[in-house]
Design a binder for this molecule. Structure first.
Ligand SMILES: [Zn+2]
Length: 468
């Protein structure tokens, strides 16, 4: 057996963020917009690997045979997907996925749909923090087990031998094949969370090693992020020492302790666009009524303006640019899952986002408005109610139970008090009983004994005396 070397936190940090010869982590080029005012993330999901599945692209002639095959595939695949493009179209581009993720189409397009990745070409919108939390609180155990199992099987069949070449730049055709394969055998794991779908890996080789690498990356990233969230955002984590720090100061301490970098780098993309969305509107400071007024007041002309004459432009060019407003848009180009997690984490620090641990399911959730919120509003797997609803129901039942305990106590207090007045119960015995009954009532209110049991005890308190 090979001896495993102990690796440091620092090495681990970089190991899960690397590209390997058998698996790349930066297959997609996603555009990530951050709306600071609304504290939301908008991801424009890459669809570069989808073009080949579009029938329009295929050479005419041998179309029929292959499209038949694809249709069969589509049927069986579709039943697995949690949503289809038609679902999104039917919901007027307002499709809610996993309770927090808004899915919509970038632009209205014809639905050819036999996508290899259902998220490709969609806009995914959600509050800053929710993507990271969804990834961190998901249980990948089963999916990882089956992925690694598949890798071992491939090894047994002698497929996908590892070569020690350096990370190569493959052609688009080759990358397309790799991506299609990746989604064929690893799609359970990818479909588990939005981030594993939107930032998928690309398996160059499918074998024991590559599947084990991906499994480790997912597990280690999740472990590190959860540990980080606890250290940086959890107010119950060593409060005596850590509450006086701000979140970013806590992160500085964390990064120092675990020897990870205090900086992360990303590529910012600046563009001038005619696409008008909330983020672009805010960024460009053009009021909506001005935009409408400009769009509606455009008239075509054949007469050149002085500027058009001077620079030899066609007539109406300058006016055209005025009447069709342009917007500024700033986005980040994010490929790998770990880059997205770092970006979102840094935005959580910037925006001062607060987390609480749900007292019902134990998962972190973002505080909105009510700072004392103890329960999340997520529906836990296997339940039909949110943790908040479950807690409210439980509180109601506790209250009911508690009210009933008080009512029982009162009923018997009145009865025995009356008897003590007429002398069938001695006053000191009554006093002693009252003391015990109060104790029992409190225990019952806390739900530690049942109402029946309490009532039985009350009823039997003075049986012997009654006979007198
Ligand atoms: Zn919860």
């Amino acid at each position: 057996m090979e001896e495993k070397k102990e690796i440091s936190e620092h090495e681990k940090y970089y190991a899960v963020r690397a590209n390997y010869t058998s698996i790349y982590q930066d297959a997609y080029r996603n555009k990530v917009y951050i709306n600071e005012k609304e504290r939301s993330v908008i991801i424009e999901v890459d669809d570069i690997y989808e073009y080949y599945t579009n029938d329009d692209w295929l050479p005419q002639g041998n179309n029929e045979e292959s499209s038949d095959e694809e249709n069969d595939e589509e049927e069986s695949e579709k039943s697995d997907f949690v949503f289809t493009d038609q679902d999104i179209a039917d919901s007027n581009n307002d499709y809610l996925y996993h309770d927090v993720f808004h899915l919509s189409h970038k632009y209205s397009k014809n639905l050819h749909e036999c996508k290899i990745n259902p998220f490709a070409s969609l806009m995914v919108t959600y509050p800053v923090g929710e993507g990271l939390l969804e990834f961190c609180s998901s249980d990948f155990t089963e999916e990882i087990k089956s992925l690694v199992g598949y890798g071992m099987l491939m090894k047994a069949f002698g497929k996908g031998k590892v070569d020690d070449d350096k990370v190569k730049n493959y052609s688009h055709e080759e990358r397309f094949d790799f991506m299609t394969d990746t989604f064929m055998f690893a799609d359970d794991l990818m479909k588990k969370t939005v981030y594993t779908s939107v930032f998928p890996p690309m398996f160059i080789k499918t074998n024991e090693r590559s599947t084990a690498i991906y499994a480790s990356c997912i597990t280690e990233l999740q472990k590190e992020m959860l540990r980080r969230l606890e250290f940086v955002f959890d107010e119950e984590f060593y409060p005596d020492e850590l509450l006086k720090f701000t979140a970013h100061e806590r992160f500085a301490l964390y990064a120092h302790i675990y020897d990870i970098p205090m900086h992360s780098r990303r590529t910012e993309d600046f563009e001038i666009t005619i696409r008008m969305d909330k983020t672009a509107l805010e960024c460009s400071r053009l009021p909506m009524d001005v935009i409408i007024q400009r769009l509606q007041s455009h008239k075509s002309t054949k007469k050149k303006s002085p500027l058009e004459k001077a620079l030899g432009l066609e007539a109406g060019k300058v006016q055209m640019f005025y009447h069709v407003p342009r917007f500024m848009a700033v986005s980040y180009e994010i490929s790998a899952l770990h880059e997205m997690l770092e970006l979102e984490f840094s935005k959580m620090l910037e925006y001062g986002i607060k987390l609480h641990k749900c007292k019902n399911c134990g998962r972190y959730f973002i505080i909105k408005g009510n700072y004392n919120a103890e329960y999340c509003d997520r529906i836990r797997e296997g339940n039909s109610q949110t943790c908040q609803q479950i807690a409210a129901q439980r509180k109601y039942e506790e209250k009911l139970h508690s009210d009933q305990a008080v009512a029982l106590f009162r009923k018997y207090y009145k009865r025995y008090h009356a008897r003590s007045k007429v002398g069938t119960i001695k006053p000191d015995k009554f006093r002693k009983w009252n003391y015990q009954a109060c104790e029992k009532r409190d225990i019952c209110q806390r739900g530690e004994i049942a109402l029946d049991e309490f009532e039985e005890w009350l009823e039997g308190s003075f049986k012997n005396r009654e006979k007198k």
